[in-house]
Ligand binder design. Structure first.
Ligand code: D41
Length: 676
């Protein structure tokens, strides 16, 4: 390693190291050195530059955050106009076919010609930016503006850590790179968490975060709202040989050190476009950034030139947007929901609205603080967001549309279901009804949880039925379920003899279970599935668990003081003990396991991810069996995963495993490990 004592050489070496490691960290997501080492090198360069200001270079990583706030952004004329992109309204496969047909016609291709090659990319939901590199150095960054003239936002764009301040390798004389500046979801979440903790304003969504960051006149503040960038096109170019396709062009930009999204494919014909659209729609929620659709571009640059432009839009590109994830609607009421543990959650009842691909009528308001912070009132027009399978939420209120004198929401002091007091312990966000199992709402939730698929798995005991059983006072606690008979059941609405018998059979089947499922089904605070499994594995029997004091419980891996106390409290309660006895008397049983210490278990400490369809057992069964042998089963693939089990039609998790070099086994391999 060059350990030069000459400050100039040392500074150059440090810059080179920092730029290289920054690139590995921010662009490749594959750091080579620990963060602490990077910080040490960075501080050394800072000190060196402070002592020798003449050594400061434009591409020094210390110079990302600029000096003083600006008064205004200066206009920047685009030497090559920044075009926009046509948005197709028909986003079905019909729209893709229409685009392909039009392209083939305009290229005057005969019916038996080869399919046209398209470059399919994601439509990032950020702000279009043009970067200008001269002799390889980033000299200017501008917004799109009206396409002819944008604004100079160089100071803010320089803070984007994944952007090279100097291009790698042999640099073109002039290279203008067009792309999208955006805020990643993790950066958005982190920023908001920090703001919330400091009692400061939060960002509404990542796009607004990106816009706010770029429009920030003070670069110090912009740097606190971290952005990312993806390149997708070119502006002015001098002294650079263009490749022959758009895909190869993006590859070349990546080679120059620019961030280019990996989620892109070269597809053939309309069919290829449709496949891409479907694949991306499935992946959308799992991406670490927001997209609002896909973009199709004719891949060959000679064909692009042949197709040309129509006013401000190239004829060779089209965007297909996905259903919006945010919409406006009206809050018709704010009601309270009482959960299993008594947690009282305010819920907004909404005028039905189509958002994120479904009709939404309710949105969670989380808790009283959240309602107060967003100041949601009955009658308000609000932005609702539904992203993927996440529960819809109210993002913000459109204050201009508030009805005059609308009263602010007040958290009631009593439970709307049982009338008991609602208490909110000091320092906690959650308010709870203190009614416990006296409260019908809590009783219903307790029974629903007991019967749920991953608990006792009582088939046919749906929500409506649970409501009736509680309302009619037929069931007070889980043990009462096993005392139901045909006569009691047929007294309920819409319950014939046949359904009653089916339910009784399901109840009978549910009696044969595992200790872990049984413990989970009791709904003990702090005891989720993983904790229930740990209790089963390390204590083996219910008797051992009942006899365990807190020190003994703390020996069980993953059980901390809070869970240990909650478990003791639950089992010390005489009423709970009585319910346990009645459940066992009714015939609820499980195989006695022998408590095992970690070392006895063949797969102890190994981490698995299951993906695709298995033939001889379900994924849940496979997971249960793996865990019984001491393995951990995770939902997503990381470098820490030991094995990915790939069944039929395995998808992105398998790709990820290959990318990370994680061992992949098939079903046969799994069965061997399970000792079948
Ligand atoms: O992801 C995007 N938002 C995106 C935007 C993309 N993937 N490709 C784009 N390609 C173009 C052309 C075809 C003009 C090079 C674009 C945009 N334009 C664009 N977005 C906003 C203005 C222009």
């Amino acid at each position: 390693m060059a350990q030069s004592t000459d400050p100039q050489q040392r500074a150059a070496w440090l810059r080179e190291q920092l730029n290289r490691h920054g690139y590995r960290y921010y662009v490749l997501d594959d750091p080579e050195i620990p963060d602490a080492e990077y910080d040490r090198l960075f501080r050394e360069l800072q000190a060196l530059e402070a002592a020798h200001p003449e050594l400061i270079a434009a591409d020094s990583p210390t110079q990302r955050v600029g000096g003083k706030p600006l008064d205004a952004f200066l206009p920047v004329p685009h030497r090559v106009p920044m075009l926009s992109i046509r948005t197709e309204t028909d986003t079905s496969s019909g729209g893709a076919v229409a685009f392909d047909t039009q392209i083939r016609r305009e290229l005057e291709l005969s019916a038996d010609a080869e399919p046209v090659e398209y470059h399919c990319e994601l439509k990032f939901d950020g702000l279009a930016i043009s970067l200008r590199y001269e002799q390889g150095v980033l000299v200017q960054a501008a917004t799109r503006g009206d396409g002819e003239t944008g604004e100079d936002v160089t100071q803010n764009i320089r803070t984007i850590r994944s952007l090279p301040l100097r291009l790698h390798g042999a640099a073109p004389e002039v290279l203008e790179v067009r792309g999208e500046a955006y805020m990643s979801r993790p950066d958005f979440e982190r920023y908001n968490a920090r703001q919330r903790a400091a009692g400061l304003a939060v960002l509404v969504n990542p796009r607004n975060g990106a816009a706010g960051s770029i429009r920030q006149l003070d670069p110090q503040l912009a740097a606190k709202r971290p952005l990312s960038f993806f390149a997708y096109g070119l502006g002015e170019v001098q002294g650079w040989d263009l490749p022959t396709t758009h895909g190869a062009l993006l590859d070349a930009l990546a080679t120059l050190g620019l961030p280019v999204c990996e989620e892109r494919v070269v597809a053939r014909g309309a069919e290829g476009l449709i496949d891409f659209h479907h694949a991306v729609a499935k992946k959308r929620d799992a991406l670490p950034f927001d997209i609002d659709g896909v973009v199709y571009k004719v891949n060959r640059l000679d064909q692009q030139r042949q197709l040309g432009f129509r006013t401000r839009e190239p004829r060779w590109a089209v965007a297909h947007k996905f259903p919006a994830q945010e919409e406006l609607t009206v809050v018709e009421a704010i009601e309270l929901q009482v959960g299993r543990t008594g947690a009282v959650t305010p819920v907004a009842r909404l005028k039905p609205v189509f958002v994120g691909g479904v009709t939404v009528t309710n949105a969670t308001l989380h808790n009283a603080d959240e309602v107060a912070r967003k100041d949601v009132r009955v009658g308000d027009t609000v932005i609702v967001r539904r992203a993927g399978d996440v529960i819809p939420e109210v993002v913000s209120v459109v204050l201009e549309r508030r009805i005059p004198d609308a009263p602010a929401f007040q958290m009631p002091t009593n439970c709307p279901v049982c009338g008991s007091q609602i208490l909110r312990p000091e320092g906690e966000a959650v308010a709870r009804c203190i009614g416990g199992l006296y409260c019908r709402a809590q009783r219903k939730e307790a029974i629903r949880h007991f019967a749920s698929r991953r608990a006792m798995d009582i088939d046919g005991l749906g929500d409506k039925l649970v409501d009736q059983l509680i309302e009619q006072d037929l069931v007070h606690d889980p043990a009462d379920l096993y005392a139901l008979d045909v006569q009691a059941l047929t007294s309920l609405d819409r319950m014939g003899t046949k359904s009653a018998i089916n339910l009784l059979e399901a109840l009978e089947r549910s009696k044969t279970t595992t200790l872990a499922r049984f413990l989970y089904s009791l709904g003990i605070r702090e005891v989720g599935e993983a904790t229930a499994r740990a209790l089963e594995r390390y204590l083996g029997t219910l008797e051992a668990l009942l006899a365990a004091d807190e020190p003994r419980l703390l020996q069980v891996p993953d059980i901390g003081p809070v869970a240990a106390a909650a478990i003791r409290t639950f089992f010390q309660e005489p009423h709970n003990r009585e319910v346990l006895t009645r459940l066992q008397t009714a015939g609820v049983r499980w195989p006695t396991a022998t408590a095992q210490m970690p070392a006895d278990q063949p797969l102890a400490g190994k981490s698995f991810v299951l993906t695709g369809t298995l033939e001889s057992l379900t994924r849940d069964e496979a997971a249960e069996r793996l865990r019984a042998l001491g393995a951990k089963v995770a939902g997503s693939v990381s470098k820490k995963t030991d094995y990915v089990v790939a069944g039929r039609d395995a998808g992105s998790k398998l790709d990820k495993a290959r990318e990370l070099g994680v061992s992949v086994i098939d079903e046969a391999g799994l069965l061997v490990l399970l000792g079948k």
